[in-house]
Write a protein that binds this ligand. Structure first.
Ligand SMILES: Nc1ncnc2c1ncn2[C@@H]1O[C@H](COP(=O)(O)OP(=O)(O)OP(=O)(O)O)[C@@H](O)[C@H]1O
Length: 307
């Protein structure tokens, strides 16, 4: 039996470069997620995070490889996979209600207006925009616009939420509030979420798993870091967890140093058996081609860090 809900299988992305050369952004990338899991992807600018997300969304096609979702190879976009962008992407001529209702009626084409409206209203309430239904995007703050984007994505009850730095343009207070909401909603609804972020603390707060990518071009998925913090973690006491600093240091160390040197130092890196780092436990690799992690040595890292 497989518990892989999302399975990225050997994808590559290449672009034609100058004078007939080809630029390989990444190749032979394998990655999987279980249903209901929340994963964050971290890596430096240009390593291909958005490209991976766009391929998962069906907005872009890989040069090689396949993406399997719920047992089926994807082809093109689907209302089962909703995307939340950094830049809201709202319809400016529609109200809050109109933007959300448009998505709802795209999914359930035979619903009457009252049913569409009631369904849209549920999600507007969920993201705390009750009372702003009739405002247009130009009348909303950045945080409110982002809430509309979240309500719109959730309203179509997608199987997967794909988020590309959804909070990076927001002030710290709004970002915190929306992180809390997204986390609560994902836990309550059992959403599977794939989020790109540059914010290590955001990843630690939200993710069950953190995918670490090396620098591009020729980026690789270097490690899958399991979050040792309990699922019912609270924002204010994250740092009190005995493994918090070990986890944070591991990610920062990767970003500052190992993301640049990983591919040369790790000549035996197997993209189908990417190391699974369990902070506080011995090293494992997770085989992208199977479901069972394998015990192995973790060169160059300190996954066995204890409290
Ligand atoms: N249409 C294109 N033609 C050529 N190169 C492209 C094209 N689209 C993206 N790239 C290149 O692919 C690489 C990966 O881009 P991508 O946006 O996926 O990176 P990213 O990791 O999400 O970066 P950031 O964190 O800055 O958003 C970049 O070097 C980018 O220049």
């Amino acid at each position: 039996m497989t518990n892989k809900f999302i399975s990225i299988e050997g994808i590559a992305k290449r672009y034609p470069g100058a004078s007939g050369a080809t630029t390989t952004i990444f190749e032979n990338l394998w990655l999987s997620m279980a249903r209901g899991e929340f994963a964050c992807v971290i890596g430096h600018s240009g390593c291909g995070k958005t490209t991976v997300l766009n391929i998962l969304a069906g907005l872009d096609a890989p040069s090689e490889g396949t993406v399997i979702v719920d047992g089926q190879a994807i082809s093109g976009t689907s209302l089962d996979r909703a995307v939340i962008f950094q830049s809201h992407a709202l319809l400016p001529w529609r109200t809050v209600l109109g933007n959300v209702a448009y998505a709802v009626s795209s999914k359930w084409r035979n619903w009457d207006r009252a049913r569409v409206k009631a369904h849209a209203q549920t999600f507007i309430d969920l993201v705390g925009l009750t009372g702003s239904e009739h405002k247009r995007p130009s009348e909303l703050s950045g945080g409110m616009k982002q809430r509309v984007g979240i309500a719109r994505a959730l309203s179509i009850t997608p199987k997967i939420m794909l988020m590309d730095e959804p909070f990076s343009a927001l002030d710290a207070l709004t970002r915190g509030t929306l992180q809390d909401e997204v986390r609560r909603i994902c836990l309550e609804t059992g959403q599977t979420a794939f989020m790109i972020t540059h914010d290590v603390d955001e990843a630690i707060y939200l993710a069950d798993k953190i995918f670490l990518m090396t620098n591009g071009p020729g980026a690789v998925l270097a490690e899958v870091v399991e979050n040792p913090l309990p699922r019912d973690r609270g924002r204010t006491d994250l740092h009190r967890h005995p493994l918090y600093y070990a986890l944070r240091n591991h990610i920062i160390d990767f970003l500052v140093t190992r993301s640049k040197t990983f591919t040369t130092e790790m000549s035996d890196h197997d993209p189908r058996n990417v190391p699974l780092v369990q902070i506080g436990k011995p090293g494992l690799t997770i085989a992208a081609g199977s479901d069972e992690p394998r015990q192995t040595w973790m060169p160059g890292t300190n996954p066995g860090l204890s409290a």
